[in-house]
Design a binder for this molecule. Sequence first.
Ligand code: GLY
Ligand code: MN
Ligand code: MN
Length: 449
Amino acid sequence: MDADFSDKNPELAALYSAHIDAVRARHDYALEKGGASHAIVFSGAPLPVFLDDCHYPYQANAHFVSWAPLTNLPLSYIVYTPGETPILIYNQPYDYWHSVPGEPDGYWATQFDVRIVHSIDDVAEHLPRERDNCILIGEINDSAHAMGIERVNPTTFINILHYARGIKTDYELACLRLASIRGAAGHLAAAEAFNAQEPEFGIHRAYCEAVSHTDNELPYSNIIALNQHGAVLHYTNLERNPPDDFRSFLIDAGAMVHGYASDITRTYANGDSRFGELIERMETLQLDIVGRVRAGVDFRELHLDTHRLLAGVLVDAELATGDADTLLASGVTAAFLPHGLGHLLGVQVHDVGGHMENESGTTIDPPSGHPYLRLTRRLEENMVLTIEPGLYIIDMLLDNLRGTPAEGQVNWKTVDLLRPFGGIRIEDNVRVTSSGCDNFTRDAFAAIQ
Ligand code: GLY
Ligand code: MN
Ligand code: MN
């Protein structure tokens, strides 16, 4: 049976009320610590383009989406008072230029006292009178949207919510699992388009068609990289013309389900045995690291383990010589893998709180020499994160090794041979359990292939 991404999905409907209970509980606690009686969550406003009459694509406030899967409801508010049904001030503007939000409908609607308004001017009457007792959460670019509330995004309050968001509810896990299923279907379509020698733009279109997303609905701009473009970590150019030769394909693309993202990468060779074997080695490495994920593990250690394993791959592939400790210390592994092993995933692709040591906001630094590691927490059950090791030929970074002791540890001839293939990344989305992890992405590919 096809996956049900709709807001009539009975599984999500059954899980949603427990999710709301969890969100309420974390707001109860944050309000108590923050010394306030009401949390007001603003969905956000479309940002106007400078000196123009159009707007940037609207992105809902992640805190708003954590309450309800309303990713396209600008200028709306949730009002939460402990012990009471949350109020959803649902803005349905009178507007004949644009389509406006439909009637409130879906599994989420019954959890709110929904108040339909037709203008931002009608919001104030639904807010608590005592604005001093309110905390407002959201991006406020126009003071009119603050509704007279002065405590906007206070750190104590926000930190509690961000730390709590690291652990997903069963409803969120179901959304994230569905997001992987949706994304995997896109990846299969993209792989077919690569085999049919479509240009990057055509592969992108095949992906969007399969996941049924417009560009603005994607969780992040698709990375569709043929050949050496795979070495640009966030390559988003989408060449319109096919290259002369199809050597390799790196695709990093996700999908959304009710505001929750997947973030998946696969890399393919087109017949070259050296590059194909290197992909297989990286696949083995990635699965090895996935196999080490479980509650209690320090993610910084997992990141450093990845670099030790990568050193072995570099030596076997004749890209480097030396033992793992030497290649780590000299910066060789970091030049081939200059990003973090992974990050938290949720209503944001790089979900908040990855460096938080506790709810009060003290942070855990990444290991020295690895500043881009976005997750430094010890893993806990029901965290969802990516595991995304890579290996790239990035001349800018490799050139930095010249004139240092590392220069002699790199086999530059093999670097030259692999440069036209760009790079390799393999990225799965996993849920941490007490004894290991559930791999949402591998499960999704297995279910649809
Ligand atoms: N797609 C961005 C990332 O993998 O973090
Ligand atoms: Mn990615
Ligand atoms: Mn990622």
